[in-house]
Design a protein around this ligand. Structure first.
Ligand code: SF4
Length: 336
């Protein structure tokens, strides 16, 4: 990890927010880029939300970026630019939950707060032979209690990072390297040959799949119409092509025409599919169908968005879009 020896609380905070839903190898280039753009909490607080979302583009779970930005302003305004050092204070900041509060305060300020992430859950459930479902809150609370009892009061940050690293490097999900593990002698799962069945995770429900129809409207100069999503929804604050979910019994071009009428107050004719592609989110997946549309009547207005804007296709990449739209904006750029 590039921030391995990092002691600056701001950078530890940013890295922990990125690592909430992203693997280290994926987060690393984003972390470096983000820190080069916003090297201090003051730089982040001063930036516009669009700049922050653009730096986060492709990393997903954009509420993390919005909350981080909001919290940076709070830190500057209410804490004089210094991140609060205690668990009870830091957890009040937007976007910081129990896990991140424990991670940041232990690593940055040496506070004895045990961090329990997926890696720690795997190590401790195997070590103590916990066979209960690790998806349940009860089991997680039990593991948290074990971690709280184990934590090294003198070096809590090192303890937390060491336990997480043991999970990611040695006690891996499918083939733990027990013979190289420093705690093998007292590990119950290793001693009873149960590493394959611990931790137990109950099966997840199948993700629903949705079809989304979006419209590409060009004006006479070849500019296309994009909309800024509302602040308080999934992917809020990002730009998109107007459209929405297909209803039962509807053809996809009807979806596009209906959605554009609802969202922009205009009549369009969706005349040709430009492209379609699949994208997987954490709780559902989509097929996005992008249709070329001809404006029949009306003037577009931002009925369902913060703002709408006509932009040159070559300018599209200056705007933060959800990852799913990337292939679409790239193909559009080449369209004459
Ligand atoms: Fe994991 Fe094996 Fe170490 Fe137990 S001995 S903690 S199962 S790597």
């Amino acid at each position: 990890m590039p921030w391995r020896d990092e002691l600056e609380p701001y950078k530890i905070w940013v890295s922990e927010i990125m690592l909430q839903q992203t693997r280290v190898d994926q987060a690393t280039p984003y972390f470096n880029h983000f820190i080069s753009l916003f090297p201090s909490v003051y730089d982040l607080a001063k930036a516009s939300q669009q700049e922050v979302l653009k730096a986060w583009e492709g990393l997903g779970y954009y509420s993390r970026a919005r909350n981080l930005h909001y919290a940076a302003k709070t830190v500057v305004k209410e804490y004089g630019g210094r991140l609060p050092e205690t668990y009870d204070e830091i957890i009040k900041l937007k976007g910081i939950g129990p896990y991140t509060a424990a991670a940041v305060t232990s690593i940055a300020f040496n506070k004895p707060n045990a961090v329990v992430d997926g890696n720690v859950i795997r190590v401790l459930s195997r070590y103590y032979g916990i066979e209960d479902d690790v998806r349940s809150t009860k089991t997680r609370n039990k593991i948290q209690e074990f971690a709280n009892r184990l934590i090294d009061e003198e070096r809590p940050g090192d303890f937390n990072q060491a336990l997480m690293e043991l999970g990611s490097v040695v006690c891996s999900p499918t083939s733990p390297k027990c013979t190289q593990c420093p705690v093998q002698a007292s590990c119950i799962a290793a001693g009873t040959a149960k590493t394959e069945v611990i931790p137990y995770k109950s099966p997840t429900k199948k993700k629903p799949h949705k079809h989304i129809g979006v419209g590409i409207i060009e004006d006479e100069d070849g500019k296309v119409l994009i909309a800024l999503r509302p602040e308080d929804v999934m992917l809020g604050g990002l730009w998109e092509f107007p459209g929405g979910k297909q209803k039962e019994g509807e053809e996809i071009q009807q979806t596009v025409e209906r959605e554009l009428k609802e969202e922009l107050g205009i009549e369009v004719k969706a005349y040709r599919e430009f492209m379609s592609f699949k994208h997987v989110y954490s709780h559902f997946s989509i097929t996005m169908h992008a249709w070329l549309c001809k404006l029949i009547s009306g003037t577009p207005s931002a009925n369902a968005s913060q703002e709408i804007r006509w932009v040159e296709k070559s300018e599209l990449e200056q705007y933060p879009f959800p990852k799913a739209n990337k292939t679409l904006t790239q193909k559009l750029k080449k369209k004459r």
